[in-house]
Write a protein that binds this ligand. Structure first.
Ligand code: ZN
Length: 247
């Protein structure tokens, strides 16, 4: 597709028309229509092409992510080595989110009850990096972790919104996992780090891989609970623990 597509220039589009040029449609619907009409299944495109033609798509990653639960499959160079790093591949057009009955497809809300249950189950801790709410990231000390929910299988069609489908993540891990073209390591780079682990760490990692989750150690479990307490209570317990250790 060319950015100099003459149809993109000043063509009149009326209200309600299912055309990506229709500014009355939401960004998600417009992106979907653009992908259908200008890229097509099996076509490649670049994010900046979307940004250039659809206003309000600064968060183009997010718009594309929103299509995934509706069955749209968009691949990056990490999935398909034949692509350029900034190229994306439209593998599958999912549900027609431009049709009224499909507009909300995949955007079902997670209930407050489910949200609480997942946080509780996961010990109020990011299951990917282990950070707890409000804790500072070790690098870049000015940013504190905010917990959010991620999908266990983010790329799969129709990821559900029940507790079993969800995982507690900090906002940073959530971004890393979900971003289509965020900075992420190649399998080779990850393997280098895996292979460099000590024997016990390698076994520990293998045990997490086997059950597809990271077990919390006893100390980590208590740490997560401790972090949920108000500052005053944390100070008191810290003092008590220090005393206990001195005995
Ligand atoms: Zn995290």
């Amino acid at each position: 597709m060319s950015l100099l597509n003459p149809r993109a220039m000043g063509e009149h589009v009326s209200y309600g028309e299912l055309d990506w040029r229709n500014e009355f449609l939401g960004a998600r619907v417009r992106v979907a229509l653009w992908l259908r009409d200008e890229v097509g299944e099996g076509g490649t495109f670049r994010k900046q092409e979307i940004r250039a033609v659809i206003t309000g798509t600064e968060q183009v990653d997010r718009r594309m992510r929103d299509l995934r639960p509706a069955g749209w499959v968009i691949r990056t160079y990490r999935d398909k080595p034949s692509l350029q790093p900034d190229q994306l591949y439209l593998e599958k057009i999912g549900q027609p989110v431009w049709e009224r009955e499909h507009r909300a497809a995949g955007l079902r809300q997670i209930s407050a009850k489910t949200r609480r249950a997942v946080y509780e189950r996961d010990g109020h801790m990011c299951r990917r990096c282990g950070i707890t709410a409000g804790e500072e990231y070790t690098e870049g000390a000015q940013s504190r972790a905010r917990l959010t929910l991620g999908h266990v299988t983010p790329y799969k069609h129709g990821g559900g919104v029940e507790a079993a489908d969800l995982i507690t993540e900090c906002a940073r891990c959530n971004e890393t996992v979900q971003h289509l073209t965020g900075v992420q390591m190649s399998p080779e780079q990850v393997w280098d780090r895996m292979a460099a682990l000590s024997g016990p760490n390698m076994k520990l990692l293998m045990s997490w891989i086997a059950v597809d989750r990271r077990h919390l150690g006893k100390a980590e479990e208590v740490w997560a609970l401790y972090r949920q307490l108000p500052a005053e209570a944390r100070d008191r317990l810290a003092g008590d623990l220090e005393d206990l250790l001195k005995r």
